[in-house]
Write a protein of this length. Structure first.
Length: 536
């Protein structure tokens, strides 16, 4: 019994490749007529296991076998006099498993039509091994002699016949095939085979296995995070001004561009499918929550996600949207499974969210663990002081504005007349004043190397964002200790003001003109600089 058991183990450990060489008849084939896969085997064809010295000859039914094959990936080449060659690419020999493969051969009516015997190169892949809804297959191939036909098989059924892409070389194909698995296909495993036929009838093929499971429900999302943001109406007013100048400050990678990008998105995004939380009529601010979540690493992809606010369904999210930025100095270090922006919320209120995963048939997983968050109260708009709107500024300017109650941080942006972001700085709330020097190197978030220098006689624009946040900002927003990531935000903005800059020489003569005018009105004074009297 012991000997028999060892022999059984030995048989189980032997890998093998079993195959069938079958004929494809391309005679009279058009785009509307599928090829005839006769199922007739090609007898006495020679099949080589590339990379080894193994060669097998097909029997009368076109069958062949390779035994004692080491685990690995192989190409198989079939040849026969009077027939074009056939290659099957990337056939996998697995432990304790007999691998099955089909090679497709053609026999031209006239052997002289076989100009060469090199099979086409074939690539086939799928975005995932478990398909729900539509499966997308990457279809690629090349042949130096020219491609005649491209065939896609699902199991033994020829699902698609097409040429190389229109307008491109007939020597190459590079396209995507979409398979709608909900159109009459049962759940289960399928073999997808791509066959490319060249001008001489040589074929190259590759097969992959995929599993259709439209009844499988994805796992619930994990690591749900909620980022509440309160946006004062002044931010939207500023956006309208900036939009009229056709700028989004996209040239700068900073919290300013990300905050405005998020506000702009919430300004134009569709409302949730249930009415938003009631906002008091006198409110001059709106709240929104940015939700992000993940799926477990082993989870199958979800077709979409159901969003719940305070236990009530509000919307369906198809996937995460990379166009949404979160207003921080760097993106959260999470691999997103989904993202959603909920608008129309009331500042100062608490909301709770949960998310479930859905498959393509609409079947829903359990909900994620709920996460609650409280929106911050609104900040008042920022009132600018100087440089005055439309005024002149000599030397490098000092920007001043009225402090905003509750604000912990200010972001200051200066732009040129073409709306190029020149400099973005930051400062914190001081007791009775709020100001910053232009270009302060210790308080700079962004500086445009090609536009940072103020030029004589040029007009510039500036605005300020006020921010309340939790946790409070660190002493330096950018430091070796890492990146500050606020968990809650409240944002307001100033108007967009402009000033004209004059260099030092102009400032000097402007000062002298002012002194002269004062002297004229005072009846004449002695100038300490030139020791001359200006007379009326």
């Amino acid at each position: 019994m012991k000997v028999a058991s060892e022999e059984a183990k030995k048989r189980l450990s032997e890998e093998s490749i079993k195959g069938h060489v079958t004929e494809i008849n391309l005679t009279g084939l058009t785009d509307e007529i599928e090829p005839s896969v006769s199922g007739h085997g090609v007898p006495r064809a020679s099949v080589s296991l590339i990379g080894t010295d193994k060669v097998s000859t097909t029997n009368n039914r076109g069958e062949f076998t390779f035994s004692n094959v080491a685990s690995g990936t192989y190409d198989l080449l079939a040849k026969k006099d009077g027939w074009a060659s056939a290659m099957a690419y990337e056939v996998v020999a697995e432990v304790n498993k007999a691998t099955e493969v089909i090679l497709y051969m053609t026999k031209p009516e006239d052997a002289s039509e076989i100009k060469e015997s090199i099979p086409p190169t074939v690539f086939l892949s799928c975005s995932r091994s478990i398909i729900q809804g539509i499966g997308c297959f990457s279809v690629k191939g090349y042949d130096a002699g020219g491609i005649e036909r491209v065939l896609l098989f699902i199991d033994d059924f020829c699902e698609e016949v097409f040429h190389a892409e229109d307008g491109k070389s007939t020597y190459m194909i590079n396209t995507v095939y979409e398979w709608d698995t909900e159109e009459g296909w049962d759940d289960g495993e399928y073999t997808i085979t791509l066959v490319i036929v060249d001008k001489s009838g040589n074929t190259g093929s590759k097969s992959i296995k995929v599993t259709v499971n439209n009844s499988l429900v994805p796992e619930p999302p994990i690591n749900l995070m909620v980022f509440p943001i309160t946006i004062h109406d002044s931010v939207y007013d500023l956006l309208d001004e900036l939009d009229s100048m056709d700028t989004s400050l996209s040239a700068s990678s900073s919290p300013v561009s990300e905050i405005l990008s998020l506000a702009r998105r919430s300004q134009y995004a569709a409302s949730s499918r249930v009415k938003p939380l009631e906002i008091p009529g006198a409110s001059d601010a709106v709240g929104l929550c940015l939700l992000t979540w993940q799926l477990p690493e082993s989870a199958i992809p979800a077709a979409g996600f159901n969003i719940y606010r305070n236990g009530e369904y509000i919307d369906y999210a198809v996937s995460w949207d990379p166009s949404i930025d979160y207003p921080i100095l760097d993106r959260p270090p999470i691999g997103l499974g989904g993202i959603y922006l909920d608008e129309g919320l009331t500042p100062g209120t608490e909301v709770s969210y949960s998310v479930s995963s859905c498959n393509s048939a609409g079947k829903e997983s359990e909900k994620s663990a709920p996460v609650a968050a409280t929106l911050m109260d609104a900040l008042d708009a920022v009132s600018l002081l100087c440089p005055e709107d439309g005024g002149d500024e000599v030397f490098y300017p000092i920007f001043e504005w009225m402090p905003v109650d509750g604000a912990k941080l200010y972001l200051i942006t200066v732009m040129d007349e073409e709306a190029n972001a020149m400099w973005i700085g930051y400062t914190y709330t001081q007791e009775d004043e709020a100001w910053i020097f232009y270009g302060d190197p210790l308080l700079t978030l962004f500086c445009n190397p090609s536009h940072s220098e103020l030029e004589d006689g040029e007009t510039y624009m500036w605005f300020v964002l006020a921010i309340d946040c939790d946790p409070e900002p660190p002493a330096a927003l950018i430091s070796s200790d890492g990146i500050w990531i606020p968990e809650r935000l409240s944002i307001s903005a100033s108007e967009l003001w402009e000033f004209t800059y004059w260099d030092e020489d102009f400032g000097f003569w402007l000062l002298l003109d002012t002194v002269r005018e004062s002297a004229r009105l005072a009846g004449g004074i002695i100038c300490d600089m030139c020791k001359n009297r200006w007379c009326t």
